[in-house]
Write a protein of this length. Sequence first.
Length: 294
Amino acid sequence: MISKEILKKIKRIEITTRNLVDTVLQGEYLSSFKGRGIEFTEVREYVEGDDIRTIDWNVTARMNMPYVKTFIEERELQVFFAADLSGSLNFGTHLNLKKELMFEFVATLGFTANINNDRVGFLGFSSTIEKYIPAKKGKKHVLRIIREILYHTQKNYGTDIGFALKYLSHLLKKRSTIFLISDFYDKKDFFEAIKILKHKHDVIAVILRDIADFNIPDIGFIPFFDAENKKVIWINTSEKKQIEKFKSMSEALDKKLEKQFKSVGIDFIKLYCGEPFLKKLISFFKMRERRIHR
């Protein structure tokens, strides 16, 4: 059974999402993601300015005057959340853990997709595939995904993003919008797998961060537990040179990561533990909308 506290949290996310969809989020969500294509609806008489490529020559010959085909965009999307469930997401120093931030993001976008009648699927991964849920419609299906995330027990603690992306590439036959959610602390190269996935799908990277990924307060010796290697590392936070080196390395790693995403044409958004992400998400949608309609 889901605890009352968790149920309240899910309900709050659902209500917040519905209010946002009814006001600002729906328009940005709809405009930011293209449907599967266009669908023929009917023919009508040609008017000046119509694209001559849409002329239906069979009807034109039969009616002895030009007619054009009209189309509508197929709005239904298939949205997939490919979420990192490795040990490194059990980290966070400001109000919530990275895995909790991931959960709130999936719940928010999952409810938004449901309200827009989109199909939603989920793939959880670590160094292997942890959980796969095929894409379906409906609020109950979104709640099932949320429940599976909440009650998931990890099989492995390492990270292999490339393996998960290759798995998705073979699995998904229908074009999908894929949110790849991770802290991206993976020693193995996964950008070749991203390129392959991007060839058929719209891939968006969601980078999860905590303030302690860059800044550690001066509180003496503190233990850091590496959840993936299951080792405790002691760091002297009073040594400024060591902390500055740690910060520089973390910032350089993020700059490299963002540069690589840009080089392969992947949109990305960075979210921080303890910070509300809805305004940032809306801004991200608006950015995508402007680029799509250029």
